[in-house]
Design a protein around this ligand. Structure first.
Ligand SMILES: [Mg+2]
Length: 308
């Protein structure tokens, strides 16, 4: 099956200047003469955990598997270079499934000039598992880390949050171009992509930075999906709860010094909204404030993988 898949992929994947040797040999060979430092990231997605294959077009699954990785490169302000794809396929219909997964990935790879360098496929009696590893070029400004936020920095976010389960978790746009543009034009101290949820990922960032953060609840950009989900669930949760707690928004959460943040907000250079949702403080932990209440503890809610 693998040789047939490789033959199909060779037809489908255009030549890429980085690829001296692409899919089909024991390993790919990349030309990286221009690249000083590389960011490297891997993600693993499993049927019934990250998607429901019986309810979703496999092309969307393939696209998502690549997009979550691209989002991690965006979080580091790294430019996508090349990737390898590993899949464990169910025995029945595996080849067709693999081809559809790649069909979902290829347009996104092309959009970000990413070389699909190779991969590995297996079949087994379990569910579909797909894992992608990406390399990205760190720009001259250096990688954007989780650990650089300082008290007084503003918390900036792209887009809007919550309710991605209604479909956006499959079809989201990884904020690669946005991260590269912001990192090039403005001073950024830290960044992370919102995969686990706005509050959980902000918490990851403050823990790495050794500071805390106050979220202004009135300023959190709430996605229409969050409103729809709150209405539909009718479980007492609000749209704001979903914006703070739901996972897989894949927006950027950034720390920027006040003057740079003010410029970014005034200039709005992205073509998608860039908003300020609070600021970093010296006192550790996550805090919330709003029009009517002073500062109090925020309980961070969001998706975390659990081990039984
Ligand atoms: Mg991430």
């Amino acid at each position: 099956m693998e040789s047939e898949l490789i033959a199909r992929l060779r037809e489908r994947i255009p030549p890429h200047p980085l690829l001296r040797i692409g899919p089909g040999d024991d390993a790919a060979v990349l030309r990286l003469a221009e690249v000083d430092e590389c960011a490297m990231t891997v993600d693993l997605l499993t049927d019934h955990v990250d998607f429901e294959l019986d309810r979703v077009d496999p092309r969307r699954v393939g696209r998502k598997a690549l997009a979550v990785n691209l989002s991690d490169l965006a979080a580091m302000a790294a430019r996508p270079l090349a990737g390898v794809v590993a899949v464990a396929l169910p025995r029945v219909g595996g080849l067709e499934l693999a081809i559809q997964l790649f069909e979902g990935m290829i347009p996104l790879a092309e959009r970000f000039s990413l070389a699909i360098a190779g991969g590995d496929t297996n079949s087994w009696d379990g569910p579909l598992v797909i894992s992608i590893t990406l390399l990205g070029a760190v720009t001259a400004r250096g990688p954007l880390l989780r650990s650089g936020a300082k008290p007084g920095d503003r918390i900036l976010v792209t887009g809007a949050f919550g309710g991605s389960i209604l479909g956006r978790h499959l079809d989201f746009e990884p904020r690669v171009d946005e991260a590269l543009l912001l990192a090039e034009r403005y001073e950024l101290h830290a960044g992370i992509d919102a995969s686990d949820g706005l509050s959980v990922d902000l918490n990851h960032l403050v823990e790495e930075s050794g500071c805390g953060a106050v979220i202004n609840l009135d300023a959190v950009p709430i996605a229409d999906d969050a409103r729809r989900l709150a209405e539909r669930l009718d479980d007492g949760s609000t749209a704001l709860d979903h914006a703070l707690g739901d996972g897989e928004d894949f927006e950027l959460i950034l720390a920027a010094p006040p003057d740079a943040a003010a410029r970014m907000l005034a200039e709005q250079p992205l073509g998608i909204p860039l908003g300020e949702v609070g600021q970093f403080i010296a006192e550790p932990g996550l805090w919330q404030t709003d029009r009517r209440h002073g500062r109090r503890k925020l309980t961070s809610r969001g998706w975390e993988h659990r081990f039984d």
